[in-house]
Design a protein around this ligand. Structure first.
Ligand SMILES: Cc1cc2nc3c(=O)[nH]c(=O)nc-3n(C[C@H](O)[C@H](O)[C@H](O)COP(=O)(O)OP(=O)(O)OC[C@H]3O[C@@H](n4cnc5c(N)ncnc54)[C@H](O)[C@@H]3O)c2cc1C
Ligand SMILES: NC(=O)c1ccc[n+]([C@@H]2O[C@H](COP(=O)([O-])OP(=O)(O)OC[C@H]3O[C@@H](n4cnc5c(N)ncnc54)[C@H](O)[C@@H]3O)[C@@H](O)[C@H]2O)c1
Length: 449
């Protein structure tokens, strides 16, 4: 039995920072990781997908080169080289993290699945492959994993999650995707750009959390490129020779060579066993505003606490935890979906603003009116900002189009620092940037119809 000043379970986006901070104060920390350090984001999430996205963007730009007066000859995609580029980058980043964790004097890295037993006297026990660790402080950064929806027949075919998809060595001839959320849309677009035929079975509509007209624009972007998007629920899956057939609720069917299931993610809280921690209605670990679980001396950070589902929220959890003056309360929603062009979102959607009971003003401009987008021949999308007519607060923004991810970040900084919209409206913009429209569109605010 080894006693530690702290035990961190999960070396994802929140755990390593917490471990490093505690170790830096001269205390001994155990870090337990059951798979690879770096968690979902580094190994099968944000980073590998964005490395692949970059290859998809390069192929797409090359195919459009003639529009810009540039000749390229035939554009081909070497899928093996695309995947190798991604794996090289990810392997190097993971090795950097392993080297750091193993090199830290006060950190012991354990490989294996941790089981937690909490104790009324406050000395909690973590078991890893027969090794018993104890501590009065346990930090859980357990993450989440892909759900397996209860679709009859799904178990009988080689359905992939993002984990298996990222290990492919051959380009799928026809990739069928169930689920039209971030994962389905990002992979669907990039694999189509690599040369796969792609059909997305989108559920109610693509990007269903967004305002309906934003979903329509995203669907339009994808279908214009040649991705097939089918609205509806996948109700049954079956193998037919070496093909996979997905049958929708309306009786129609889609047949492809490969199947990706991206219908949402579930908490990994079950993987530590029954530690007596209270869970919320969706199975995430219940926390207070400083990440304390229902058991004193046990904290939950990142996706597993249900207060965020992104790398930036998980990482920010660790920063908030380490600063006693801060809490997670009032965190605004901020994310990007990395289609090309991306969707950047912060704060309220228009649907949420309508329901808020506030007097809301809106400014909106199609990307086809943004001079930088016109100059770049990237006119898909829109920019939308919502403000409170009475308090002058910026309530939310949606940027689907060129640099939409960074634009959402800019407005997010204004919202988080309490800047009111007149100050943004009157700021000096740089021409010709897409961002110059943020001040200028705030001159054409009008009430929500
Ligand atoms: C395909 C895909 C693309 C994504 N793209 C983005 C993006 O572009 N931007 C973004 O912000 N987010 C993105 N995300 C989401 C992002 O990856 C997660 O929100 C983020 O990784 C959450 O971090 P975390 O630390 O909470 O959990 P994780 O990164 O999942 O880390 C948890 C770790 O805990 C370990 N673990 C769990 N249980 C145990 C146990 N009992 N014992 C030992 N170890 C355990 C796991 O093995 C894992 O390594 C993406 C996700 C996917 C799947
Ligand atoms: N850019 C990013 O930040 C990024 C990228 C990828 C993933 N992520 C993270 O991963 C999470 C999960 O992404 P996701 O795309 O798996 O889930 P999601 O929740 O975003 O979308 C899942 C979609 O699948 C649909 N669906 C469910 N069952 C279905 C069925 N039987 N047939 C057809 N459609 C069905 C749902 O209606 C929903 O629209 C995200 O919430 C996010 O936290 C983030």
């Amino acid at each position: 039995m080894t006693d530690y000043d702290a035990i961190v379970v999960g070396a994802g986006q929140a755990g390593p920072g917490v471990a490093g901070d505690i170790a830096g104060r001269g205390e001994r920390v155990a870090v337990v990781e059951m798979e690879q350090v770096g968690g979902t984001c580094l190994n099968h999430g944000c980073r590998p997908t964005k490395a692949l996205r970059a290859s998809g963007v390069a192929a797409h730009r090359a195919r459009r080169a003639a529009e810009y007066g540039i000749g390229t000859g035939e554009v081909t995609v070497d899928f093996t080289a695309v995947m190798e580029r991604m794996h090289r980058m990810i392997d190097a980043m993971r090795q950097g993290l392993v080297d750091w964790l193993e090199g830290e004097q006060n950190i012991d890295l354990y490989r294996g699945t941790a089981r937690l037993q909490t104790a009324a006297d406050g000395l909690h026990t973590v078991t890893v492959d027969g090794q018993v660790l104890t501590s009065r402080r346990v930090f859980l950064d357990l993450g989440a994993r892909a759900t397996r929806p209860p679709i009859p027949g799904l178990e009988s075919v080689a359905a992939m999650t993002e984990v298996e998809l990222l290990q492919l060595t051959e380009l799928p001839r026809h990739l069928v995707v169930i689920g039209g959320g971030y994962i389905g849309l990002e992979f669907g677009q990039m694999f189509h750009r690599f040369g796969s035929e792609v059909t997305i079975v989108a559920g109610e509509r693509v990007a269903a959390r967004e305002d309906p007209e934003v979903s329509t624009l995203i669907e339009q972007l994808l279908t214009d490129e040649g991705v097939r998007v089918v609205a509806g629920q996948a109700d049954q899956v079956a193998a037919q020779g070496d093909q996979i057939v997905v049958t929708l609720r309306d009786g129609s069917a889609v047949t492809g060579s490969h199947l990706l299931v991206s219908t949402g993610r579930r908490s990994n809280a079950d993987l530590i066993g029954d530690a007596g921690l209270a869970l919320d209605d969706h199975g995430f670990i219940a926390i207070d505003s400083r990440f304390q679980t229902s058991v004193p001396g046990v904290w939950a950070l990142g996706d597993v606490n249900g207060h965020g589902a992104f790398t930036h929220t998980a990482y920010q959890d660790s920063q908030i935890l380490l600063d006693e003056s801060r809490t997670v309360d009032g965190r605004i929603t901020a994310y990007a979906m990395f289609t090309d062009p991306p969707l950047g979102r912060v704060g309220m959607t228009e649907t949420q603003a309508r329901r808020s009971g506030r007097r809301v003003l809106k400014a909106e401009v199609p990307m086809s009116r943004v001079s930088r987008a016109v100059l770049d021949s990237e006119t898909t999308g829109l920019m939308r900002i919502l403000v409170d007519a009475d308090t002058e607060e910026i309530l939310g923004a949606t940027f689907f189009g060129l640099h939409g991810d960074d634009l959402a970040q800019l407005v997010g900084l204004a919202i988080q620092t309490g800047v009111r919209y007149p100050a943004v409206r009157d700021a000096l913009p740089i021409h010709p940037t897409v961002a110059e429209f943020i001040p200028s569109m705030l001159r054409s605010l009008h009430p929500l119809a």
